[in-house]
Ligand binder design. Sequence first.
Ligand code: PMV
Length: 365
Amino acid sequence: MTEQDFIPKTYTNAIENGSFTWASPSNIALVKYWGKKEHQIPENPSISFTLNNCKTTTTVSFSKKDDSNAFSFDVFLDGEKKDDFKPKIETFFKRVAVYLPFLKNYHFKIETSNTFPHSSGIASSASGMSALALCLMSIEKELIEPDGISSTVEESHFIKKASFLARLGSGSACRSLEGDLVVWGMHDGIKGSSDLYGVKYPFEVHQNFKNYQDTILLVDKGEKQVSSTVGHNLMFGHPFAQERFKQANKNLSDMVSILKDGDLDAFIALVESEALTLHAMMMTSMPYFILMKPNTLHIINKIWAFRQQTNSKVCFTLDAGANVHVLYPEQEATSVLEFIENELVAYCQNGQYICDVIGLGANKL
Ligand code: PMV
């Protein structure tokens, strides 16, 4: 498929107004996306667990306006008008306008809320952009299908295009529509994979990874020190960039066998190495950044010690920030939570953490 395939032919239905609501989850990458080309095309393929509890719920209400000169919308977070969110959405609208030609014909009221605390350091861009993309796709579906019951817009196209649009809002958002594992980026060994949208992981996954747990330790709840845009740009001309992109491709190939065989030790090694490599890229770019905090390192060391003492299969991964995602199999849920309570909570800001588990993706409300 190419970008052209996402430009709709005609809208046959005239609608004056309406409203759609979608809830969409966050996701956590196991093989990381870091570095992009133009138009949010990733430099390397990535794979993520879709989360279940960290979600954004968005309602988009729309009403026809007289002109079609410019975008017109208002944004609300938890019922409060958020004009500071508008530039990001305006940019998103500009990027997707060619694929959603109705955008200038309506005024939109975008109401959004997150299940996780605001400014918790958990990025809401993946869940937020995917929820918004899904609402816009529901509007487009209605414009194409007069009776709302015909199936001109097939389910698979709907999800693909929503993922394609979400990607243009925030790259990793394209992995937030389906569960429970999603691949984004062309990879020779993964049929159907694409740089343009995320696809559900198509191969066998061992029972060991069912209901995998992710407890997010909130080490630093402040604003991100480095925005993703700045971060991705640091990979331009980075001395280790090409090797890193090759490594991510190989790691994804290795991950396919790990997921099939249920090899938890190999999973731990790959996932932790990916997290540290992401941070190593930031430490070795120009300008350079250290996004971990002292408590991030305390937690990592505690996890390593716990693993040695107990033979647990707990491990960590990191986003582009200081918070730690603690990953572990479902059957260790009780013992690892006890370990977190006893030994790791002390390193969290205000003792805060969020328990999550891999989930099935977005749903229409
Ligand atoms: O989607 P962005 O542009 O915010 O980039 C996210 C990049 C990481 O979260 C660090 C890694 C990933 O693959 O999600």
